[in-house]
Design a protein around this ligand. Structure first.
Ligand code: 13P
Length: 253
């Protein structure tokens, strides 16, 4: 049985004081969640988020992590730096990093190996663009992202990984993949992990859907057999909306 995990990706939103306000609203709303709850906050908010969520069921994550351990990498934040704040998770390879900041499967791979080697849990993002979907190459794209992104990652390391399937065309657009489309691709992704790591490891891997997931569509998406959670952008910036996603109705029966 895979324990569902729902994570908010705040992206470049919320100052420290805004972080306190949002988390103070959120904490009581999600205290009875059946799933794991994570908030991936800006680096500058990590300390405050960890401080406020201490003793709650909310874990804190960052939105990136450097591949190098330390040194002359201006603007990067190392795994040790994150760990000392109390952060437990790091998002790696988000499509916005790929699109705007030159992130590639190779840099994702380096960040991932460092993160899991240091004991962080990695939320690794893959997903196709609209042109790729329309070109009928979604499966080819996500397969390559996984095969290249996971080089050198052992089956033991995979236990520290959460995979997030985020179709780029669904991010921030209000367009969600239909639950069936999302399930189909997520199931395909699990198959890719089966060929890389075997059935048992692939079946243990938690795979999230991300892309305009919100209070209105979470129940249906979470009802899909291979979807084990969500990576939530816009809707995670509102406590009531994010809490409704986290407290999704279990329609699986
Ligand atoms: P939205 O929920 O705003 O579409 O963002 C999804 C996402 O990119 C989460 O990482």
């Amino acid at each position: 049985m895979r324990k569902p995990i729902i994570a908010g990706n705040w992206k470049m939103n919320n100052t420290v004081s805004q972080t306190s306000a949002l988390l103070n609203q959120l904490i009581p709303l999600v205290k009875d969640a059946a799933c794991e709850v994570v908030v991936c906050v800006p680096f500058t908010s990590l300390f405050e988020a960890v401080r406020l969520t201490k003793g709650t069921n909310i874990a804190v994550g960052a939105q990136n992590v450097a591949w190098a351990e330390k040194g002359a990498f201006t603007g990067e934040i190392s795994a040790d730096m994150l760990i000392e704040t109390g952060a437990k998770y790091a998002v790696i390879g988000h499509s916005e990093r790929r699109q705007y900041f030159g992130e590639t499967d190779e840099s994702v791979n380096k960040r991932l190996n460092t993160a899991v080697g240091k004991g962080l849990k990695a939320i690794v993002c893959v997903g196709e663009t609209l042109a790729e979907r329309e070109g009928g190459i979604t499966e080819k794209v996500v397969k390559a992202q996984i095969e290249n992104g996971f080089k050198g990652v052992s089956a033991a390391d995979l236990q520290s990984v959460i995979l997030a399937y985020e179709p780029v065309w669904a991010i921030g657009t209000g367009k969600t993949a239909t639950p069936q489309d999302a399930q189909n691709t997520v199931s395909y992704i699990r198959g890719v992990f089966t060929s890389l790591y075997g059935t048992q490891n692939a079946n243990a891997l938690r795979i999230q859907y991300g892309g305009s997931m919100n209070a209105a569509n979470a129940d249906e998406l979470m009802a899909q057999p291979d979807i084990d959670g969500g990576l939530i952008g816009g809707a995670s910036l509102n406590a009531a909306d994010f809490a409704r996603v986290v407290m999704y109705k279990n329609l699986r029966g």
